[in-house]
Design a protein around this ligand. Structure first.
Ligand SMILES: Nc1nc2c(c(=O)[nH]1)N[C@H]1C(S)=C(S)[C@@H](COP(=O)(O)OP(=O)(O)OC[C@H]3O[C@@H](n4cnc5c(=O)[nH]c(N)nc54)[C@H](O)[C@@H]3O)O[C@H]1N2
Ligand SMILES: Nc1nc2c(c(=O)[nH]1)N[C@H]1C(S)=C(S)[C@@H](COP(=O)(O)OP(=O)(O)OC[C@H]3O[C@@H](n4cnc5c(=O)[nH]c(N)nc54)[C@H](O)[C@@H]3O)O[C@H]1N2
Ligand SMILES: [Mo]
Length: 776
């Protein structure tokens, strides 16, 4: 392992070299390069990497380094089938690293767990479907089944999946977005009447300032860097609020710019870069508003116009004065203490904001995975409303989504609390009686399985065990089920916590060609800008080498489960999958904006679902956009937790490295943060390391503090000196997930608080044999 400070700009040759390395490492180089050429092109496939949109500009490189890794990872020629499982017991596989598990290749045969031998064994599809039907029919109540979705599922798969679960009779839809942008959906729905961002791609080209909160785009949304780069070059102000100094937010070399590449040039991205304390963003935005309000008062006292957009506020909003009174009541000392920033810094941010005519605010996980995330997001909305920045060109709020179709899955009905109007339309379209009782989200589903109430778990993709909190408890939860089913492309840790009965069902991925009775099928996905477009696979089934083995498409697997459980009436499942146009014809009857979908997806670039808030049509209770006058959290972390230990207490965030996609680990480098060859690292301020009497390179055990009896500890993390506020530390997800308590979730969002975990550290006594395996 090596720690080497990264001094170059992000992007540039490093990104190209890394893309090349990842391509060459695979066995399918020619095929994978051909695939990349078809990423995010018309008649190509939607990149399974992230949910950033397309700017419509024609060009070859509509993929990025990390998109290349995702495509390449899926395009491996290695295969995992019954023979593989005959050679390896589940117990043995559990000792392997996350990297090893997925590296074994694509799952291509359905397998069933045999508890007597601790091995998975091949099973045929019909028997697998019959087993699922048997278990579902045996339940005392359909609410004892949990239907998890990960955000890669297409609209077609997700729609069919919710139709299946609701036909079985439940709204239990734990979803990856519960761990992701749930706070965004809750906060925006309440404040502006729609739980989605209001900007479109072209707004970024028109904005005067872009404020980025809690997001690391050079790693997680690399195609966004091209947009930020262009914005910076045309003189727009870019302001970053990030707990860490992220290289890509400082300087970036655009691999698409030939001159920069040849001259080793680069472009500064953020004009101002602020590093608030973990969870300090609400206070930071409050501070900006306080500074702006003070300026406003001064202007008015001198007979000049208010700086706020009163015509807009009057016409479109509700509750401004109550909010401004709350701002007055918040002291600077409170703001400074909680944000970790100085008054001067916040005044500078406020001034940059004020001078811009059109402002976009973006955010991601650094904002959404806190206790008070909903309030923080509403605070950002408050700021935007004061200046009429929602519903005008070049401005708005832009949550940057994670999984490539996480937004679409929600749109088409993956929702544990469906609206009455959605259910009524679904019933009319499909001719069945839908359940109305609200279902479980992720945290509730784990609690229900742990309590022995839920007995069947079905996962449409994802890695439930590693993505959720309290890893050991989640493992127990799954293992206590009568049946667990995982529909997946690759082997992962969740499959190694089988229920009493368990199936792994191999599916096609986004890049694979999908043939059904009526020919090659496409699916649709929705990006962060509410654009829906078609995605066609590019990897042809190689019949001779039986390349795809027994893999089936996600819709085909869902239809198989549904047919076996419910028969073909009132819904003829098998006919729906003969031609996905038929699934879309059902979607258009239920989901507003999808009218004429089968024609509309033929347009290059897809179609826009529309956004009511962007049109100044406020679907809120008052019919106007709402200011929300929340007080700041009393303490960022409950003081009681800090008092639980007489040792130094730190606040830990869990985040992604450059070489991973959520729980999928492609490699062991985090290039822009200067970490090579290892993932069990802990980023810490130099002074904190000194105060602890430790040294960079020492290994520590990390224990989290919660007011319960349960011990949560992880071992052997290497200290890395980093530019991070004192008292804050950072480690990677999913290695640090065993530290997050199931019961510590966000107010109103129920999202696990995985960006502010209160912990203590001690020098490690244990040395692990394999540093890259986390032993749960
Ligand atoms: N290559 C790649 N692409 C991805 C993913 C991936 O794993 N790999 N995952 C996808 C998914 S599902 C998602 S949700 C997105 C995630 O995209 P991001 O949200 O960028 O992901 P994280 O790594 O969780 O990064 C959080 C960032 O917020 C900062 N941060 C943490 N806490 C705070 C805070 O309290 N305040 C502030 N201001 N900053 C904070 C961290 O320092 C870090 O830079 O990316 C998507 N795209
Ligand atoms: N501590 C901590 N925990 C977190 C986060 C964090 O920042 N910190 N981030 C959270 C976030 S933002 C998210 S979105 C969740 C992610 O949670 P998940 O979506 O559950 O996890 P992934 O790692 O994306 O899932 C990877 C697996 O998906 C399967 N897969 C890949 N492609 C396909 C496909 O096309 N179809 C099917 N059926 N399966 C496929 C593969 O088997 C692979 O092993 O994790 C959350 N957990
Ligand atoms: Mo996510």
């Amino acid at each position: 392992m090596a720690i080497k400070k990264y001094t170059h700009a992000a992007g540039g040759w490093g990104a190209l070299v890394s893309t090349g390395k990842h391509l060459l490492k695979s066995e399918n180089v020619a095929k994978n390069i051909r695939n990349l050429m078809r990423t995010n092109q018309d008649k190509g496939f939607d990149c399974p990497g992230c949910a950033w949109g397309e700017d419509g500009e024609k060009g070859l490189f509509h993929f990025c380094e990390n998109g290349a890794k995702a495509v390449n990872w899926e395009g491996t020629s290695r295969r995992v089938d019954g023979t593989f499982f005959a050679a390896h017991s589940v117990k043995w596989l559990r000792k392997q690293s996350d990297y090893y598990l997925e590296y074994q290749g694509r799952l291509n045969q359905p397998v069933r767990y045999n508890a007597d031998t601790d091995h998975y064994e091949a099973i045929n599809w019909d028997d697998a479907f019959a087993l699922i039907a048997k278990h579902l029919k045996q339940l005392e109540s359909p609410n004892q089944a949990e239907f998890y979705t990960s955000g890669r599922a297409s609209n077609e798969a997700a729609f069919l999946y919710q139709l299946f679960a609701r036909s079985v009779g439940t709204n239990n839809f734990p979803d990856c977005s519960n761990m992701c942008h749930e706070a965004t959906s809750v906060a925006l729905a309440q404040a502006i009447g729609i739980g989605k961002g209001t900007t479109r791609m072209d707004d970024f080209a028109k904005s005067d300032a872009i404020f980025l909160f809690g997001q690391n785009p050079a790693t997680n949304h690399p195609r966004m860097m091209d947009t930020l780069y262009k914005a910076s070059r045309r003189g727009a102000s870019i302001v970053s609020f990030n707990n860490l100094k992220e290289r890509g937010l400082e300087r970036f070399t655009n691999p698409q710019n030939k001159i920069e590449m040849i001259t080793n040039g680069s472009t500064p991205i953020s004009g101002h870069y602020f590093t608030p304390k973990l969870g300090g963003d609400m206070a930071a935005v409050r501070g900006m508003v306080k500074a702006l309000y003070a300026f406003d008062k001064k202007e008015r006292s001198q007979g000049r116009d208010s700086i706020f957009d009163h015509a807009y506020i009057e016409k479109h909003t509700n509750g401004m004065q109550t909010y401004l009174d709350q701002v007055d009541a918040t002291s600077w000392s409170e703001i400074i203490e909680q944000s970790g920033l100085t008054q001067q810094q916040l005044e500078t941010a406020a001034e940059t904001y004020r001078k811009a005519e059109r402002v976009i605010i973006t955010w991601a996980m650094g904002i959404t995975q806190h206790k008070h995330s909903v309030n923080t997001i509403q605070e950002m909305v408050n700021l935007q409303l004061l200046f009429g920045q929602i519903g005008k060109e070049g401005a708005g709020v832009c949550p940057i989504r994670g999984h490539s179709n996480v937004q679409g899955d929600r749109t088409v009905g993956i929702n544990e609390r469906p609206s009455a109007s959605f259910l009524a339309k679904l019933e009319a379209a499909a001719g069945f009686k839908a359940p109305t009782k609200p279902g479980h989200n992720v945290v509730e589903s784990i609690k229900s399985m742990l309590a022995g109430e839920s007995k069947v778990f079905i996962g449409l993709g994802g890695n439930f065990v590693s993505a959720t909190p309290d890893t050991r408890l989640t493992q127990q939860a799954l293992e206590s089920c009568n049946l667990t089913v995982n529909i997946a492309t690759k082997l992962n840790r969740t499959h190694l916590s089988p229920g009493k009965d368990s199936l792994i069902l191999p599916c096609l991925g986004r890049t694979d060609v999908d043939w059904q009775k009526n020919g090659q099928q496409c699916v649709t996905v929705e990006d962060s800008f509410s654009m829906v477009h078609a995605s066609y696979g590019a990897v042809e089934h190689d019949v001779q080498s039986n390349d795809q083995g027994e893999m089936r498409s996600e819709p085909a697997i869902i239809a198989g489960m549904a047919q076996a459980t419910l028969g073909s009436s009132p819904i003829d499942w098998l006919s729906l999958i003969e031609d996905y146009d038929r699934i879309r014809s059902l979607i258009e009857k239920v989901i507003p904006g999808f009218e004429g979908v089968n024609d509309k997806i033929k347009q290059p670039g897809g179609f826009y679902l529309g956004n009511s808030a962007r049109d100044n049509n406020w679907q809120t209770k008052s019919g106007k956009a709402e200011f929300n006058a929340h007080s700041l959290p009393t303490h960022l972390q409950p003081a009681a937790l800090r008092k639980m230990s007489d040792q130094a207490v730190f606040v830990l965030q869990t985040m992604r490295s450059h070489d991973q996609y959520n729980t999928t680990v492609y490699g062991f480098d985090d290039r822009y943060r200067g970490v090579f060859g290892e993932r069990k690292v802990l980023f810490m301020n130099k002074k904190d390391i000194q105060n602890m009497g430790m040294q960079a390179g020492d290994r520590v055990d990390i224990q989290s503090l919660y007011a319960d009896e349960y011990q949560r500890e992880i071992y052997g993390f290497k200290l890395v000196e980093y530019e991070i506020p004192e008292g804050n530390i950072a480690a990677y997800f999913p290695e640090a997930n065993p530290l997050v308590a199931l019961h510590d979730s966000g107010d109103l969002s129920d999202t696990p608080v995985s960006k502010a975990i209160v912990v203590t550290l001690k020098l490690s006594e244990k040395t692990s044999e394999n540093i890259n395996v986390v032993s749960y």
